[in-house]
Design a protein around this ligand. Structure first.
Ligand code: PHE
Length: 345
């Protein structure tokens, strides 16, 4: 008799252990069945009088264990359901949760520097004129008064297209001067930013691709003084109002006279540092009066018009402004390098 009852109680215990209420309805059904006022454990306590004396204690302990198991199962199932609904409302329903921010990119230091240069010249009436990177020999060299035997035309310096002696990757933005002057009569006032290519060994200071900004101003009575004033304005807007400029005589086939322009070193305030090699000056561009021969070749009357032109490297200025000591960093697209740059332009 008592063995049967023991078996029945053990069965109830097992039922409790394997049950797993997984929603509020199941949990309530579980509560009513095992913990409610008419629960199925209560009557088991009444069975104790049918048990022989020696096993009464053992039976009592067993029924108590059943009751405890039911209470424990109920509270752990309740906790699980509560935390489930908490996390559901956090991820799906909490409309006040802050939004995930978008990861914004940053502008490339070359773009920032080039945009600054363009912006400065735009303010004094220069318009942007862009043109092709794959050029013909005439626009890149011949129109720019560069003789057939000039070393710049050598395969060593110029990338020619395969099997071509005619088509090449432009070696300077001066080719845009020819493009504009053959199409437009003065007044001409343009700047031409863009990428150029030279067959150079890549090092910390030189690359086979880089950027230039070309400037061209052609009209009646344009003078060397106009050029000087324009470039002084540029240098002071770019590097600070206290900046001084210095023009040194130089040579380019397409300008006469020609000059190279230095700005007072803005890193050491012209006191001498390793960037300016203790001279107080850093070179930033080439310039000069447009050679009358160039005007004529491009169909502009050199007796009526004069002009000035200049060309500057963008990498060099970016490196000076940001203290970058290796030009290769600008072309490697390492995001750890790139994300350091911010700009409104
Ligand atoms: N084209 C020259 C260069 O590549 C720069 C320059 C442009 C010089 C215009 C004078 C006038 O170095």
């Amino acid at each position: 008799m008592s063995a049967e009852i023991f078996e029945k109680v053990n069965q109830v215990l097992q039922d409790i252990e394997i049950s797993s209420p997984s929603n509020t309805e199941e949990l309530e059904a579980f509560r009513i069945k095992y913990l409610g006022s008419k629960n199925s454990i209560k009557p088991l306590f009444g069975e104790i009088r049918n048990i022989e004396n020696e096993r009464k204690k053992e039976f009592g302990q067993l029924v108590n264990a059943v009751k405890q198991a039911a209470e424990q199962k109920f509270s752990s199932a309740q906790d699980a359901l509560e935390s489930q609904s908490e996390s559901a409302s956090a991820s799906d329903l909490d409309l006040s949760a802050p939004a995930e921010p978008f990861a914004l990119g940053s502008r490339h230091p070359i773009s920032i520097t080039q945009n600054r240069i363009v912006d400065i010249f735009s303010r004094i009436g220069f318009t942007v004129s862009e043109n092709r990177e794959i050029e013909d020999d005439w626009h890149n060299f011949t129109a720019m008064n560069t003789p057939e035997d000039h070393p710049a035309r050598d395969m060593q310096d110029t990338f020619y297209l395969q099997n071509s002696t005619e088509m090449l990757l432009r070696t300077h933005t001066s080719s845009v001067q020819a493009r504009v002057m053959t199409k437009t009569q003065p007044p001409i006032r343009i700047i031409a930013p863009g990428r150029v290519y030279r067959n150079e060994t890549i090092s910390a200071r030189a690359h086979c691709q880089f950027h230039q900004v070309e400037g061209l101003y052609v009209d009646e009575n344009v003078s060397f003084a106009d050029m000087k004033q324009t470039l002084l304005y540029f240098a002071q807007e770019m590097f600070g109002q206290g900046t001084k400029i210095r023009l040194r005589p130089s040579y380019f086939p397409f300008t006469e006279p020609s000059a190279e322009m230095d700005v007072s070193c803005f890193i050491c305030n012209a006191e001498g540092c390793n960037v300016c090699k203790y001279t107080g000056w850093v070179e930033i561009l080439g310039c000069g009066m447009v050679d009358p021969e160039v005007l004529d070749r491009c169909g502009i009357d050199s007796k009526k018009y004069t002009g000035f032109a200049f060309g500057m490297g963008v990498e060099r200025q970016a490196m000076l402004l940001y203290g970058i000591n290796d030009i290769r960093l600008l072309f490697e697209n390492d995001v750890r390098f790139l994300k350091q740059f911010t700009s409104a332009l």
